[in-house]
Design a protein around this ligand. Sequence first.
Ligand code: AMP
Ligand code: FE
Ligand code: FE
Ligand code: ZN
Length: 269
Amino acid sequence: MLADLHCHTTFSDGVLSPAELVAAAALCGLGQIAITDHDTVGGCAAALKASREEKNALKVFAGIELSIEAGEDEVHLLGLAIDHEDKVLNDYLAVLREDRLNRTGKIIDLLKKLGYPLDEKDIMLLSPGVEALGRPHMAAALVAKGYFPNQQEVFDKLLYNGGPAYISHLKPSLAEAIKLVHDAGGLAVIAHPHAIKEQQALKEAASLGLDALEVYYPRHTPEQVAHYLDVARQLGLKASGGSDFHGIQGKYPPRLGCYTVSTQILNLW
Ligand code: AMP
Ligand code: FE
Ligand code: FE
Ligand code: ZN
């Protein structure tokens, strides 16, 4: 059976609602998916309910994707098979989301100065139900306003890390994030490790109790997959994999089910 252990929904920057994501996963024959929205577990309950309605033919794991404070660099940590009702985790995520909201206001101010006036309403109307506001929502609004032909151009010109309209947001340390995930009963997994400039972070994460590396990722070349398998082995970590499905036009993968791993990869059931 096939799995995709990294998927986003409309609760963060995905395009499908949790129920739509589950329906799409069932339709393409996946055996497991993990819901890994940025800084929110809000979509997990609806996805779990939808999977019960599919008579549990598809196993849904509750999860999270946390951005880690690492100076100029950004490390993403997945929590897989967490208890999405864990109170400490939920309270902490609420603080992160409040900060994302404040940051959105600051980015809107910068955009205005740069000649791209935008209203918070423009963003919210395009992304109803979003809990964790992020740069992709702002990029979508700038495209809808007609300033840019697609989201990637917005990132390339304005919103890239360190870009003219970039402002950071509150992020836990690696140690805090791994503890949050473990205390919520989940596995801590470093997402898309190729994107980390300071690869030393992998060793540090392993020493903090990291469980796995996301070795299988659509943007990893076969050489990178081999490399990260080797790194995982050396650091005593498991290998995980997922497509980072958002459903955003022009962002790979175009459809759920394009990039999968075995359901046995982490022995999650
Ligand atoms: P945020 O958490 O609000 O800072 O937004 C981070 C999200 O923006 C990531 O998960 C990606 O989906 C997207 N993103 C970040 N940098 C880029 C980039 N250079 N090009 C395209 N998308 C990006
Ligand atoms: Fe994202
Ligand atoms: Fe990520
Ligand atoms: Zn992701």
